[in-house]
Design a protein around this ligand. Structure first.
Ligand code: PLP
Length: 416
């Protein structure tokens, strides 16, 4: 495999996007004309912030004292032993968890929200908007808005409001206004359309905090940058502990931000393999899944070209997953590029596999994972027995399972 940059032709996988916001054929900024000046303003402001050591220092202080970083790199010894019992002689690598579920608000989403709100402050914006599906990003956005004293409006599909009442209440406790969206399928994709519309109408004072590494350029780049703290820490932590790089990285994929955050700092380390796990829902063959790269094709949604779940006429199809956080019919454009050039392998895990992994992890490690990283763990359980004992796998434990216990109880037929 030869390394090639999306932008400069330099010998790196980490140089993208190019000046048009492209990762190979993907990405770009396909937005309403009225939004274009804003997108350009955002890009200019982000370039300046990225080059300013004071901005980095400000983020670092809040990461430490407010978010709780660095998150530990944990050797999952009992899970490793469990895999070794089933693997052949000499097989069964050591499994480490990057514990981003220990962050304030319970997932990696706060890494991104913190970076974006500090950028909003820097730009002098006085109002925050966000979209949310399951409510996790909405809660993280409402959290930082409360901390920095900015009013916050969160767009959420009416169907999701009904399904995710505790998170709707959390957002309101945090002082955010939750606006129901009744267009389309009344879920995440429609909430994102509505947030983009709000942004067009309120260009002067409003900052839009997007929740994953998708949307028009420069969002995929800046979200990736804010999440890259995950991989930077993991790299330094493993180096200190074992004096070497991991052999395989594994993360789950909704829009792709936690996976890119773990992978990006390692993309040029040729010996490091990377597997990203999409939600196969009830099975790829049933059509009821959220596996955009496994079963979708390129199109335009939310301001960028990327792989999407769509029908023959290009209508966006609804995604299905037991995990609301993976329920997005698209994927960030950098993943589409990494998929096509073969640097990252994209696989999938079903609802049932995730549910099984969820229980294994809870019992063996005393860690109740979110259903999203339970998909990553399902893949680790399948894949690890094929790897040699001296190898090291690092999996991103990107969220905790408190939010999912009711959904899991229902699936297991337990009345609470
Ligand atoms: C939102 C969410 C995801 C999916 O988003 P990505 O951008 O793909 O990371 C995964 N895990 C958890 C815990 C989430 O809250």
């Amino acid at each position: 495999m030869t390394a090639q940059s999306a932008s400069t032709g330099l010998n790196t996988f980490r140089g993208g996007p190019d000046e048009r916001g492209r990762f190979g054929d993907y990405g770009g900024r396909f937005v309403a004309e009225t939004l274009m000046p804003l997108i350009l303003e955002l890009e200019t402001a982000y370039r300046a912030a990225k080059a300013d050591p004071a901005f980095a220092a400000e983020i670092e202080a809040f990461q430490r004292d407010y978010v709780g970083r660095p998150s530990p790199l944990y050797y999952a010894e009992r899970l490793t032993d469990h895999i070794r019992e089933q693997a052949g002689p000499g097989r069964g690598p050591r499994i480490f968890f990057k514990r981003d579920e220990l962050n304030h608000t319970g997932s990696h989403k706060i890494n991104n929200c913190l970076g974006q709100i500090l950028l909003a402050k820097r730009m002098g914006k006085t109002r925050i908007i966000a979209e949310t599906g399951a409510g996790q990003h909405g809660v993280a956005a409402a959290t930082v808005a409360a901390r920095f004293g900015l009013p916050c409006t969160v767009y959420m599909g009416a169907t999701d409001i009904e399904r995710q009442k505790p998170n709707v209440f959390r957002m309101r406790l945090l002082g955010a206004e939750v606006r129901g969206v009744t267009s389309g399928s009344q879920t995440l994709k429609d909430a994102m359309n509505e947030a983009l519309r709000d942004w067009v109408a309120n260009v002067e004072d409003t900052f839009y905090i997007i929740g994953t590494a998708a949307g028009p350029h420069p969002y995929p780049e800046l979200v990736r940058d804010f999440q890259s703290i995950i991989g930077q820490e993991a790299k330094a932590q493993l180096q200190e502990r074992e004096g070497r790089l991991p052999d395989l990285l594994v993360a789950c994929i909704g829009g792709g931000s936690n996976a890119l955050g773990l992978f990006h700092p390692f993309l040029d380390d040729e010996s490091v393999a990377m597997h990203a796990v999409e939600a196969a829902g009830e099975g790829i063959e049933t059509g009821r899944h959220a596996a955009s790269l496994t079963a979708g094709r390129p199109g335009i949604l939310h301001g960028n070209i990327t792989y999407l779940l769509q029908d023959e006429d290009g209508q966006i199809e609804e995604a299905h997953s037991i995990s609301a956080g993976l329920d997005y019919p698209g994927i960030g454009p950098e993943h589409s590029w990494l998929h096509d050039i073969g640097r990252v392998k994209y696989v999938s895990a079903t609802d049932q596999e995730a549910l099984d992994a969820f229980q294994v992890c809870s019992r063996l490690e005393g860690i109740i994972p979110a259903l999203e990283p339970a998909h990553a763990l399902a893949h680790v359980l399948r894949e690890a027995p094929n790897w040699d004992r001296e190898k090291i796998i690092v999996m991103n434990m990107c969220g905790r399972g408190d939010k999912d216990v009711f959904a899991v109880a229902e699936r297991l037929g337990v009345a609470l």
